[in-house]
Design a protein around this ligand. Structure first.
Ligand SMILES: *[C@@H]1O[C@H](CO)[C@@H](O)[C@H](O)[C@H]1NC(C)=O
Ligand SMILES: *[C@@H]1O[C@H](CO)[C@@H](O)[C@H](O)[C@H]1NC(C)=O
Ligand SMILES: *[C@@H]1O[C@H](CO)[C@@H](O)[C@H](O)[C@H]1NC(C)=O
Ligand SMILES: *[C@@H]1O[C@H](CO)[C@@H](O)[C@H](O)[C@H]1NC(C)=O
Ligand SMILES: *[C@@H]1O[C@H](CO)[C@@H](O)[C@H](O)[C@H]1NC(C)=O
Length: 443
């Protein structure tokens, strides 16, 4: 018992001191010219809105203990002792990862009136656990009210300057989990944070946006790859380029075992049947690989799926409980061309990170209805793509790769010259806030 409760506390203290320490360091001397229109103020929040929330990491009865994923500022433990770039990263930790990274953003200001945007270092999805899986399940419409109270009572002028339109935060869950209609009785699923009028003006970075989003924007799920310097990044890129793609396509995931027709089931049956397909002239040795990730066994074990993804030309990314998947980003890291079955899986989501007009260059789209109900075979579509087209698409995937990875905090200056998922998320937030403020001032 004793050791169970001390570990998280030690971790928290470590985080606490680290953040303290970093705050008191002078920033890298910013080039103020470059900082024009890019100044960010990090709102100081009491630890109950962030670091304290980590102490209860083992105490959600219906949710796995997430204490093991806290080390390395939320990257998790390294996959092996000698690994420099690979971690057992849990996506829920994006709020910590983002918080740590924003501390090294070059254009921070302690003066809120000089800021173009205000970042709220609130661990929103971690705080959501007590409503989703904990004692507060019956008051999930209150998620966020405490934060709003704080912002109104403590230095209210920071909020009032732009009525919250210049504030942004990260919420490491699909918006679906945070947008239950207010006062739904009985509660079905999710908290109502994104439904609270109090937060309508705030930009929320989520893993997935609703079909008609207003305040949220989807950003990539974090993967397990967090290189600290350009040399390690480039050596991974070389490995991906060199890798022999011996399978045409791969599906890593679970599901598809129910009897009702759905896209995962179609994929499964196509793969199981694929051994009879003649591929002797294609250069592949297998049509389809399946990595069974049922019961979450792949989640913190990237070796299980990264190796097969390196050996496959195409990675199938069907929707599951929700349309988006972390696997889309794992696949891109492996140079495996994504195959999407609905626009909500990526194209309608990640406008900042994966430009919408480039989807045809780096991905394949096969409407799920055509597969499930019209008998279209995925294999036939993919085999119909000429080999040099496949090569071009893979190069495009590799070109986009830096944009969806979260590099390690404190990484080398060389690697910082490439924009990563964090940089693009911050840039997008600043731009969106700017245009929002213009809209509001026009009214
Ligand atoms: C942690 O859990 C305990 C017991 O469930 C609760 O009293 C406390 O308020 C929780 N702390 C936080 C920061 O959520
Ligand atoms: C990895 O490092 C940990 C802690 O430093 C150590 O306990 C463990 O034995 C090491 N494992 C290997 C395989 O070297
Ligand atoms: C939530 O409400 C339901 C229905 O009223 C009740 O059965 C349940 O015990 C409540 N849960 C908690 C944690 O209070
Ligand atoms: C959100 O913005 C609108 C328009 O600027 C403003 O009227 C409203 O009070 C703001 N909401 C909050 C909670 O500040
Ligand atoms: C798989 O093969 C079986 C037996 O050959 C056949 O009945 C079934 O329709 C095939 N399924 C698909 C999806 O091709």
């Amino acid at each position: 018992m004793a050791s169970k409760s001390t570990i998280p506390i030690i971790t928290t203290l470590f985080f606490f001191f680290f953040f303290k320490f970093t705050f008191s360091q002078p920033n890298l001397e910013p080039d103020t010219q470059d900082c024009n229109n890019r100044w960010i103020h990090i709102r100081r929040l009491p630890p109950r809105f962030n670091l304290d929330l980590l102490t209860n990491c083992s105490e959600y009865p219906l949710y796995d203990d997430f204490c093991p994923y806290l080390p390395n500022h939320g990257l998790g433990q390294k996959t092996h002792n000698r690994s420099h770039s690979w971690y057992r990263t849990d996506p829920l930790m994006l709020e910590l990862i983002f918080h740590r990274r924003i501390l090294e953003y070059p254009c921070l200001t302690s003066d809120p009136t000089a800021a173009d945007a205000v970042f709220l270092p609130y661990y929103a999805a971690i705080d959501a656990l007590r409503y989703l899986y904990g004692p507060d399940v019956n008051s999930s419409s209150e998620h966020g009210l405490e934060l709003y109270q704080f912002l109104q009572n403590d230095a209210p002028e920071v909020w009032n300057r732009n009525a919250g339109h210049d504030h942004f935060l990260v919420m490491a869950r699909p918006a679906w989990d945070l947008s239950q209609p207010l006062y739904k009785d009985p509660p079905i699923w999710g908290t109502s944070f994104l439904e609270l009028p109090e937060f309508y003006n705030v930009t929320a970075l989520t893993f997935e946006s609703r079909a008609w989003p207003w305040q949220e924007q989807a950003i990539p799920h974090p993967t397990s790859f967090h290189p600290p310097n350009l040399r390690l990044f480039k050596s991974w890129l070389r490995r991906v380029r060199r890798s022999r793609r011996t399978a045409l396509m791969l599906f890593a995931g679970g599901g598809g075992v129910s009897s009702s027709p759905n896209i995962r089931r179609s994929i499964r049956s196509e793969c199981e049947n694929s051994t009879s397909i003649d591929i002797s002239s294609t250069g592949y040795t297998r049509v389809c690989d399946i990595v069974d990730c049922s019961n979450g066994i792949c989640e913190h074990d990237p070796v299980r799926y990264m190796r097969p993804m390196l050996q496959s030309s195409f990675c199938l990314q069907p929707p599951g409980d929700t349309p988006t998947r972390r696997s889309t980003f794992d696949g891109i890291l492996a140079g495996c061309i994504p195959v999407f079955f609905e626009d909500q899986s990526a194209k309608a989501q990640y406008g900042w990170h994966l430009p919408e007009e480039q989807y045809e260059e780096f991905s394949v789209f096969i409407p799920k209805e055509d597969v499930v109900f019209k008998g279209l075979r995925i294999v036939d579509v993919l085999m119909g793509i000429p080999r040099d087209e496949v090569r071009r698409m893979r190069e495009k995937v590799l070109e986009l790769m830096p944009r969806i990875m979260y590099r390690k905090h404190g990484s080398s200056l060389g690697l910082r010259t490439q924009k990563d998922a964090f940089d693009i998320a911050v840039e997008g937030s600043l731009q969106r806030i700017k245009s929002r403020l213009q809209e509001v001032s026009v009214q």
